[in-house]
Write a protein that binds this ligand. Structure first.
Ligand SMILES: [Zn+2]
Length: 454
């Protein structure tokens, strides 16, 4: 090569370096313009016609009816659909599926028979099923073996696979025994069921358990408030709230007795899970204090539940709504049986279909569609503590949105047929068909990729 050619090549390389991004720097963000026939704002319960949503990379950059579509932008035409923010399941269990066979619905056996890696892979599949049904955020609150939930969060954040934003709790923290009645062999040697629960019986142990969960990637803390007669006191719960706050986590309390509910309320807990033990007076106090309810309001269907229990669940949910408790949509989903098929088509219902079916309870309670939508979105983002970055469709937020035929503001069942899903600005589902290609790649592309990404 002549000297002149060498200089020419050098200049060419410099010029190339100016346009080719250096490893670690992001490429110029792709711009997508979405034409929305109708765009729902669940905060106000209203819809605007013919809106354009501009998405640059992972985030929304503009929303309006008269936005200019930049040259070179790819256009997604949803002008025949209703666009809205993604949905939130505020209490679910992605890494457990207990079954009639072979465990006889006895979920102790699931813990013994299924390893953490197997359960993490189940969780990955469940995440894809949930995303396909429009759930872009899930709070995954325990019963996930040895941190399958935090691994799922990391895997989705790293971009290994599509899935909702996961807010994991790590193992549920409870006083001796947790939610179970383990045998002495199991309990004393911690070699079978442990660590489905972390036993924490003193202030020191509570602090240690919370720190461990946050160390391993928890984004929320879950306490068994009253799973045993020796459950947590108001002071114990207050201590947990203070300790969790150091790692940016809010505390959810599993509550199953009226006394436990009162202690959780008195301590100022962030979320109460399960509505069964709550009285009208608890609802009044929760509304006053702004405590979220994840009622886990199971519908009565051909595959699950009983009529009497359903009526009680409906009555409690209705009272909570009338008292203006901040309600979230929550399922507690963690099971499967042979009857979980669409009665018309005979096809299997996915974890997402089964989760959406919980709207039956809300309809039976006479709650208006706009309020159900608010519970499934805005209140869910608040309960998941992501509302400053995800949820509302406005500039600066992550582009997580869905589209359905029909109008969920007048008919909430429109949510049963999600046609389009975008997560972090990437299209996951279009025309009712999953198109996850853009989520797959041969290596992590996002940093930091660790457990601590805040
Ligand atoms: Zn649960």
């Amino acid at each position: 090569m002549t000297k002149r050619a060498q200089i020419g090549l050098f200049l060419l390389l410099i010029a190339a370096a100016a346009v080719i991004p250096v490893s670690g720097q992001s490429q110029p963000a792709r711009i997508t313009a979405i034409r929305a026939g109708r765009l729902i704002d669940p905060e106000t319960g209203t819809a605007a016609a013919n809106q354009i949503i501009l998405v640059e990379g992972e985030k929304i950059t503009g929303v309006g009816s008269n936005l200019a579509i930049p040259a070179g932008a790819s256009v997604i035409d949803l002008s025949r659909l209703t666009v809205m923010p993604g949905l939130v399941d505020a209490h679910t269990h992605m890494a457990i599926t207990y079954k009639e066979q072979p465990e006889n619905n006895y979920y102790y056996l699931t813990f013994v028979m299924e390893s953490t890696p197997l359960r993490a892979i189940q969780a990955a599949s469940n995440g894809i099923q949930m995303l396909s049904s429009g759930f872009t955020v899930v709070r995954d609150v325990g019963n996930n073996a040895l941190y399958a939930d935090t691994a799922l969060r990391q895997a989705i954040e790293q971009g290994w696979l599509p899935g909702p934003t996961v807010i994991p709790s790590g193992p549920i923290i409870g006083a001796t025994g947790g939610q179970f009645w383990p045998t002495p062999e199991m309990y004393k040697y911690h070699n079978m069921m442990f660590p489905e629960y972390i036993d924490a019986n003193s202030p020191d142990e509570i602090v240690r358990a919370i720190r461990e969960n946050m160390l391993f990637g928890a984004r929320t803390i879950k306490l068994c408030v009253d799973c045993k007669p020796w459950g947590y006191s108001v002071d114990d719960i207050k201590l947990a709230i203070r300790e969790a706050a150091k790692g940016g986590c809010k505390v959810e309390g599993h509550v199953q007795t009226p006394e436990g509910a009162q202690r959780a309320i008195d301590a100022g807990i962030y979320i109460i899970a399960h509505g069964n033990a709550l009285t009208p007076e608890h609802h009044r106090q929760m509304a006053e204090k702004g405590i979220f309810l994840a009622g886990t309001d199971t519908p009565f269907t051909n595959y699950r539940g009983a009529d009497a229990a359903f009526k009680q669940t409906v009555a409690k949910l209705k009272d909570a709504w009338e008292k203006k408790v901040p309600l979230t949509f929550s399922t507690d989903f963690d099971y499967w049986n042979e009857r979980m098929k669409d009665q018309k088509t005979g096809e299997w219902l996915t974890r997402g279909d089964l989760s959406i079916a919980f709207i039956e309870t809300w309809k039976a309670a006479g709650i208006p569609a706009a309020d159900i939508l608010r519970a499934m979105t805005i209140n869910g983002y608040k309960a998941a503590d992501v509302i400053n970055e995800r949820g509302p469709i406005k500039a600066g937020m992550y582009a997580d949105l869905i589209a359905v035929s029909g109008d969920p503001l007048s008919n909430i069942d429109a949510l049963r047929n999600v046609q389009f899903v975008m997560k972090n600005g990437m299209v996951f589902k279009k025309d009712g068909v999953m198109t996850p290609e853009s989520f797959f790649h041969p290596g992590p592309v996002k940093t930091p990729s660790g457990r601590w990404t805040r």
